[in-house]
Design a protein around this ligand. Structure first.
Ligand SMILES: Nc1nc2c(ncn2[C@@H]2O[C@H](COP(=O)(O)OP(=O)(O)OP(=O)(O)O)[C@@H](O)[C@H]2O)c(=O)[nH]1
Ligand SMILES: [Mg+2]
Length: 221
């Protein structure tokens, strides 16, 4: 016990110089598209075939040693697909600085809900400078099929200021890390928000300036 405490103290002393940031991302989309599975894959490296429906919302934490000077505490909020258009989504979205909208390639109709999820998100969230929070779209279950890829996804992303879209698989661990890294990079860098250090678990967002123009990019396998 004492040794553990000592090791913790040494670890903390060695890392005192690091800037620590809290980022909150929400993961949204219709029921059964794989939101929980994507989060479990990303946070725990695990996947289960079993469908355990999410009720309300859940969240997971991942600590990321971003670089020698930066540590990120990433909160991933897993919003139940059945919460669609619920008045509660606004509460779950609060303080989020990034979002992933997921649809299921084996059920193309779940892509039809993406505009509604985006609309709900955009109505209820904004960055401190009043701009939209960055969004990626994840076309999940890419291990099963890519034949049903919606033709209009490229146009949709371009017209709706979507940061990027990815064909993902929680099962085969395809492009989930890439999507999250892209979202983190956008949240930390181009928007140029000064995220002050974590202080008593309160995140203070101080706006500075936005220098980069919004852009869209697609990452396909
Ligand atoms: N083959 C395959 N199956 C997946 C993948 N992702 C999720 N699944 C399966 O799809 C089902 C639903 O996954 P969940 O992650 O629970 O879906 P969800 O979006 O969280 O659903 P709700 O909580 O109801 O909103 C489960 O049986 C998963 O095993 C994937 O990438 N490939
Ligand atoms: Mg779920």
């Amino acid at each position: 016990m004492a040794l553990n405490q000592e090791m913790c103290d040494i670890y903390r002393l060695n890392n005192l110089h690091k800037n620590e940031f809290n980022l909150k991302f929400v993961v949204i989309g219709d029921f059964g598209v794989g939101k929980t599975s994507i989060i479990n894959r990303y946070v725990d490296g695990e996947f289960s075939q079993k469908y355990c429906i999410t009720i309300g919302a859940d969240f997971s934490l991942k600590t990321i040693e971003w670089d020698d000077d930066t540590r990120i505490f990433l909160q991933l909020w897993d919003i139940a697909g059945h919460e669609k258009f619920s008045s509660l989504t606004g509460v779950f979205y609060r303080h989020s600085v990034g979002a992933a909208i997921v649809f299921d390639l084996t059920r193309p109709e779940t892509f039809n809900s993406v505009p509604q999820w985006l609309n709900d998100l955009r109505r209820k969230t904004q960055l401190p400078d009043g701009k939209n929070i960055p969004v990626v779209i994840l076309a999940n279950k890419g291990d099963m099929t890519v034949d049903t890829m919606p033709q209009e996804i490229t146009d949709f992303c371009e017209n709706n200021n979507i940061l990027a879209w990815y064909i993902t698989s929680a099962k085969s661990n395809i492009q989930i890390d890439e999507a999250m890294i892209r979202l983190i990079m956008e949240s930390l860098n181009p928007i140029e928000i000064e995220y002050t250090k974590v202080d008593n678990n309160i995140i203070k967002l101080n706006e500075t300036k936005k220098t980069s123009k919004p852009f869209w990019k697609c990452f396909n396998t």
